[in-house]
Design a protein around this ligand. Structure first.
Ligand code: AMP
Length: 471
């Protein structure tokens, strides 16, 4: 099971009123990171209160339930999970009573050793309500032999393998930390006298918080009544920030590792235009994630940029649909062509990625049905050949079209006149970070945290070529 998630944490020294409202607005800004459930846990020095429910942030919370979440520290979470695990039991934050008192945990990322940890904990007589990694982390803390909370926390952290950006509150302290490779993002900001943590800077902006810095890989930051302190709880030379955050997942107005996501996506499009030039009449983007790269493509190629597809904003990301049949319908529900703009034109259509090939195949058809004379597909990232085990929801290799077909095979499958993917080298240049500091596993199969065999075995059954007979 893999999670897409967003996390938030806040601690106010002056006991700022309506803290939960700030958490609410921050989660609202992080909504793109998870649309299935949302929750906030708040502490007032003596107790932790929790409210979580299935639904979008503005469906989950109202004035009344936010008012009940009083306190001077809080954490929040939005979640999107793969089908099957989409139940309230898996909503976060997870609150657990421990020998140290109540704690609440919210987690973004994915552990690769959850099963082993669960088995170990079950052996100690623990049972689990849901399937989230947060529950496992809370159980590790709760059963730790350590006598001091922070020691129990550090001992538990040292058992975790994989990607984790986590915020935790006790009754009176806020902890935030990232895994040793810093795979998922987490930043630190300040609003008035309150310190805040968020998956992305767009959540700081919405509540008027100033960005201070990112939480480092392997760093733990603690906010308590004496102030803020930090320590490196685990040292790894290999930083491995997920590059897919820059390409697709993060909001374009966020800043990751000092780089504005929108500008990065425009640069990806520019490199794409120079690697795969084409003679065409107009460049369009697949809304919304393909639009900045399309703008970059148009700028570099000098082919006019135009709108050719209109997105119904009220339909969620098509991935959320479970079956292939509904997924295909999903693209139609989501995108409608502007016939007059496309008719008779040679069109370059830019998207950020191809996963299963469902959307691109549908889009080519939509554009052709609308009268486009030629359809040239351009992808502002390299072919996705490996599943993500660190918290981006990608299917198994069997379903990843680029793990199973050649580029020409994909072109035929989606029925485009031409197809071009950005190279890994240009992607790295556009993102502007050293290759050694990013995770490229989905593009090159090089996983920075070892993936246990039982997780990869299903994936590896399907090697290049096997699926081509099926498709
Ligand atoms: P597919 O139709 O399976 O090829 O998916 C490709 C589309 O899904 C592209 O338009 C991407 O913007 C979007 N996408 C890429 N990665 C993901 C993801 N992990 N979850 C949801 N959507 C994604």
């Amino acid at each position: 099971m893999r999670d897409f998630c967003g996390v938030f944490g806040i601690y106010s020294f002056s006991r700022k009123p309506e803290l939960a409202k700030l958490a609410y607005f921050a989660l609202f800004a992080l909504q793109h990171r998870g649309q299935e459930c949302a929750g906030i846990a708040a502490a007032d020095g003596t107790d932790i209160k929790l409210f979580k429910k299935m639904g979008l942030v503005n469906q989950v919370f109202n004035e009344e339930n936010l008012k009940n979440l009083d306190g001077h520290l809080a954490i929040g979470h939005v979640r999107y999970s793969t089908t099957g695990s989409s139940v309230i039991e898996n909503a976060q934050p997870v609150v657990m009573d421990t020998k140290f008192g109540p704690i609440a945990i919210a987690h973004n990322g994915n552990l690769v050793n959850t099963d082993d940890l669960k088995n170990e904990l079950k052996g100690r007589g623990l049972s689990f309500i849901g399937t989230t990694d947060s529950e496992v982390i809370a159980a590790l803390i709760s059963t730790s032999k350590e006598e001091v909370f922070e020691q129990a926390l550090l001992a538990s952290l040292s058992k975790l393998q994989g990607a984790f950006s986590i915020v935790i509150i006790t009754r009176d302290k806020l902890f935030a930390f990232r895994d040793p490779q810093g795979i998922r993002p987490l930043c630190l900001g300040k609003v008035d006298d309150a310190y805040v943590f968020a998956s992305e800077t767009c959540a700081l902006d919405i509540i008027g918080a100033r960005f201070l810095r990112e939480v480092g890989n392997g760093e733990m930051v603690v906010v308590e009544k004496e102030g803020l302190r930090s320590k490196t709880w685990s040292f790894s030379e290999r930083e491995a920030m997920c590059i897919f955050e820059h390409i697709y997942f993060a909001r374009p107005d966020s800043v990751l590792h000092g780089h504005n996501v929108y500008q990065t996506r425009v640069a990806l499009g520019k490199y794409l235009a120079s690697e795969y030039p084409v003679d065409a009449d107009m460049v369009i983007g697949v809304p919304e994630s393909g639009v900045p790269a399309a703008i970059g493509f148009a700028e570099e190629s000098k082919i006019p940029y135009g709108e050719g597809l209109i997105k119904n904003r009220y339909v969620g990301r098509t991935f959320i649909q479970p079956s292939q049949e509904i997924r295909e319908l999903g693209v139609r529900l989501k995108l409608n062509p502007i016939g007059d703009a496309l008719r008779g034109k040679k069109v370059v259509v830019v998207d950020d990625s191809i996963v299963r090939g469902t959307s691109s195949r549908q889009i080519v058809k939509i554009l052709r049905d609308a009268g486009a004379r030629e359809v040239h597909f351009r992808i502002s990232s390299p072919p996705i050949i490996g599943s993500c085990f660190y918290g981006i929801d990608t299917p198994t290799r069997a379903e990843l079209i680029a793990a199973n077909l050649s580029i020409e095979g994909i072109r035929k499958y989606i029925d485009a006149d031409t197809l071009g993917y950005l190279s890994v080298k240009s992607m790295i240049r556009a993102v502007g970070l050293p290759e050694e500091s990013v995770c490229l596993a989905c593009f090159n199969g090089n996983y920075p945290v070892r993936i246990p065999e039982k997780l990869t075995s299903l994936n590896l059954l399907f090697d290049k070529g096997v699926m081509s007979d099926v498709m």
